[in-house]
Design a protein around this ligand. Sequence first.
Ligand SMILES: Cc1cc2nc3c(=O)[nH]c(=O)nc-3n(C[C@H](O)[C@H](O)[C@H](O)COP(=O)(O)O)c2cc1C
Ligand code: SF4
Ligand code: SF4
Length: 252
Amino acid sequence: MILYFSGTGNSLAIARKIAEATNDQLMPLIEAVQQDLTNEKRIGLVFPTYDFNLPPIVRTSVSQLNIGPKSYVFAVITCGGQTGNCVWALRRLLRKRGVELAYTHKVSVPDNSALAFGRNPNNQMSKFDRVPERMEQIISDIQAQHHELHYAWWSFLSWIMGLPAMEKGMIRTLRPKVNPDKCIGCDTCVRICPMENIRLTDKKALIGDNCTVCLACVHACPQQAIGTNGREALKERQYRHPDIKLKDLIKR
Ligand SMILES: Cc1cc2nc3c(=O)[nH]c(=O)nc-3n(C[C@H](O)[C@H](O)[C@H](O)COP(=O)(O)O)c2cc1C
Ligand code: SF4
Ligand code: SF4
């Protein structure tokens, strides 16, 4: 079983590749918390890095997963370059549930948060050049049930950056904001938000407090009406993994 969380498709594309190669079922991580996974022989977790740490929703979901202690559990973490504290944080969470993390690897792909800092994720497409080789290694390792955690040497610094206060700061800074003058009430953001955190009021999008800062809404809005970090989302900076369609990310 391959469980994924993805805002703009990078993690979904990787999860799909693994599931195709291993013949595993693919399921959104958020839905998997309601499943009995105790008899699954192999469980893969595929998700992005946020602020050198686990995305808040990944942390919450993993701590509710119903996994048996004998499963081979692995994680593939997508990132713009550095996964920081992700491996350690995930290992700690799983251990609390009596499960040992067997294998992890990272895949560097375009950084979807770049638009929040005035950069363009679409200028980072060359990162995909190295993905096939990395995926070949990961899939062969998983099929051999290889045990190895690939982690960052600077995890201590990352651990500091992942402290709850830092995480709260990141969420506060990056939390999306709607420009009501641009919003046409098309509903795309409502349907793409994995947290069900956006609703329409008087045909205008309204973002609630339960945001995991995946930036899916910012990248998907056809009117560029949702900004982050005080910046408007320019059309040319909106990003989605080239193999992933909008409907693949919209579940409702
Ligand atoms: C809020 C936020 C924080 C991020 N922080 C990091 C980071 O600390 N290190 C990194 O390498 N990439 C970081 N990224 C980039 C994402 O991890 C990367 O683009 C990922 O592949 C997105 O996955 P998705 O397309 O499946 O949502 C961040 C992205 C977001 C939205
Ligand atoms: S996707 Fe954009 S235009 Fe459509 S409802 Fe949301 S904010 Fe408004
Ligand atoms: S409001 Fe936007 S950024 Fe926050 S969880 Fe929903 S889609 Fe992601």
